[in-house]
Unconditional design. Sequence first.
Lengths: 115, 114
Amino acid sequence: AQSVAQPEDQVNVAEGNPLTVKCTYSVSGNPYLFWYVQYPNRGLQFLLKYITGDNLVKGSYGFEAEFNKSQTSFHLKKPSALVSDSALYFCAVRTGASTARQLTFGSGTQLTVLP
Amino acid sequence: DGGITQSPKYLFRKEGQNVTLSCEQNLNHDAMYWYRQDPGQGLRLIYYSQIVNDFQKGDIAEGYSVSREKKESFPLTVTSAQKNPTAFYLCASSKALGVNTEAFFGQGTRLTVV
């Protein structure tokens, strides 16, 4: 069974500082990884995805994520945080197995950027 | 303006009642999904559909039912058999059930049992 872990429920960072939101995964076979952001009482918005190729993936709003196969991680990063980045972030995974193509989500990490 | 529309935004249900949550998409996507979100638990898959007139149970299908009579629509019924239905429900769609296709989400319906 595929699974995703987001080890930190809450991450606080000062505005202008770099931010990292952690994600590790467990799958059989090749992983396909996604990051989403959710603002209060809203749906999820897609940020970026890793399918294959370059391990550093760039996405929306200046976010990027690094795929590390040996550590089974896909951490989300941004060089300089904004107060408006404060939101709930979800990592998700799926594989190529026909029985597991639906997305499996982590439990989410609440990011707070302090002014 | 393309997207996924969920209605209503807020829904109140009495004990023992069935309620239906609407989800419509105009993105011409084949695959549609229903997720339930509870605080601290992330999103859990209820049902998903790859094509019209076909759907599969997800991880927490008990007490829920769906239909897919049209490509654009994937309504979710929360039945009286669902013992703890109070949650935030999210509908999503994607081009296909392919590994490299991201899902697009609606704005959600918050269901409360009163």
